[in-house]
Design a protein around this ligand. Sequence first.
Ligand SMILES: [Zn+2]
Length: 241
Amino acid sequence: MWRIQNLEKREVTLDFSSAGMGSFRTSALTADDTTIVNAISLVEMEDDSCVQVLVCTECGIVRCESGGWVRSRRFGDALLWLPCFERISDDEVEYRPPDFFKARGLPFFEGASAERLGDLLPLFRLETTPLATLRDVALLTQWLAPWHVLGRPGEAVRVKRELLIATSSGELESVVDQIEAVLDEALADMSSARPAHATPGPELYLDGPKGTPTWKPLVVDDLGRVRISVDGVTAAVGDPA
Ligand SMILES: [Zn+2]
């Protein structure tokens, strides 16, 4: 996760002359000196709450360029930008998130940062942002998994067992069974997710040509239940029915 500290609005002038429109003055939003919205007067939220935050710099028209799509979701008092998972299943190039997702992590706006984001760009106000679902968090777990060990985004969420060589506690096969069971349950659960206190779950070790990364997909809540998490620290649990 990229826990954003410093959000700023900066005036920018875009050169639309190649599109026959001259120059265009607007503002960009930067987070910790990375541009996260390049033209705040041009972005719009679509019906499924996906937003192209980086629009074409030559004409400003949404969808002219591919990529740069995010979907805003609320998790407790924080707002996070997720990839547009459903759209990525249809077209992973067109609807991929901005490159800063890879370079810096998923944008995570907490406390004052969340408030400031909503003030600067009201379509991202926390109060009107839909809550993340357990399904969202399961798809996020797939997205963040090293080496696509849960399959590529858009594919079925399945542990690629051949990539795993060991676990920090318990027997590997039963830990993997547990991961699949927890993810299967979450994928089918459209109820809203809320944060709960947790401790890290078992570590898994991957084998491959590029070293042995560790992977910690699960956390354990205070009742000892294994859960998926948003940030590796906080468990995502369903709303009490
Ligand atoms: Zn364009």
